[in-house]
Design a protein around this ligand. Sequence first.
Ligand SMILES: Cc1cc2nc3c(=O)[nH]c(=O)nc-3n(C[C@H](O)[C@H](O)[C@H](O)COP(=O)(O)OP(=O)(O)OC[C@H]3O[C@@H](n4cnc5c(N)ncnc54)[C@H](O)[C@@H]3O)c2cc1C
Length: 375
Amino acid sequence: MKNEYDITVIGAGLSSLMFLSKMLKNKPNLSVLILEQKKMIDHSQSFCVWEGPGLIDIEKEFKLKSKHRWNEILIEGNGKKIKKDIHPYRYVYHDGYTTLKLLSSQIKSKMKILYSAKVKKVTELDKNIQVSTSKGNFISEYLIDSRPKVEKDEVKSEYIQQAFIGSEIEVTSNYFNKFEATIMSFSKNKSETEFIYQLPFSKKRALIETTLFSNNPNLKKLQTKHAKNLKKYGSYKILRKEKGIIPMALIEAQRSKRIIKIGTGAGMVRASSGYSMRKIANWITECKEKTLTKNNLLSFSYSPNPLLDFFDKIFLRVIKDHPNKSPDLFINLFRKSNHKSFIKFLSDKPSWLDIINIIMSMPKCLMFKGLFKKK
Ligand SMILES: Cc1cc2nc3c(=O)[nH]c(=O)nc-3n(C[C@H](O)[C@H](O)[C@H](O)COP(=O)(O)OP(=O)(O)OC[C@H]3O[C@@H](n4cnc5c(N)ncnc54)[C@H](O)[C@@H]3O)c2cc1C
């Protein structure tokens, strides 16, 4: 195998595969190598997005195949239960394995993907980049880095982590309503924001996740809580498991002459929600008219939306300082706002009217506390 390329890409995950599937049109005049630490694409992830008017149709645009969609959304906690029919919008589930398989099959004739290649060191020299991996050393002129690592000085806000453990289960009774997704069912917790996320695929099957927004999540305790939560579904069989820790923060990735960061480590996770598929899709669609060449790689660097960052900064302060109040924050926002504004706001595509609608639905006192908090 040759060891010199025009561009090396670290990670064959969501951001790099979505990016390359769009940016390498036709037969690229460019040699590209992807280095991925995993042995192969696995079943450890799923990706949900809001879809509907004013949003890029991710399924169509990226030639993907979603597995399920919901039109009824529920948020509950503190004795309140808010259910909304979100028509003409929908909450769409993409199975991670199928998604990454489809994306990699779209690009495999245009580049080489090397699995089981864990990157250990990246050295940026004046004329090229040297990448040392468990499968040898590679040299390229440019590098796309999708490792999720975030340096301290790249964080431009409060830093919270979203930790979750999920199990896709099959129960014996007809427990679930497959038309209704529960995106947040809050549990009582004074020091962290804690909720159950429930996505039913049929009357008997659902993905159940126990989620924490925390300064320092304890995964052992989270596992115990999750096991306890699963008990409420009676007798069940686990079909698949997933877990993750995602940064909830405003991140401004460092730039250099030959390297761009993408994905989680570049701030493509929405700080107030922990979702990134929509942000990645929006970023790629904005670059859509361009074709990747080795001379224009740096022009693809991600730039955040300052207005949404401003709101997220306040959200993060409130979630961090008042975790006991964050259920009310989310419930009231969902209850009071028009669902179209709510979804477009969460999908990074709000109009000015949507922004006004969101501001009117926010608990003013709490948000002012977040706004005027001293560092
Ligand atoms: C279980 C789970 C569920 C999620 N659900 C949703 C959801 O429903 N909706 C949503 O919008 N977002 C969701 N997210 C968040 C986000 O969309 C995903 O984390 C998404 O995969 C981010 O894309 P990425 O390219 O930044 O990271 P990844 O997809 O994780 O890609 C990074 C890749 O780099 C590889 N890598 C890392 N270090 C090295 C190394 N040293 N050498 C070689 N390879 C390396 C990793 O193995 C990985 O394949 C979820 C995340 C997780 C973990």
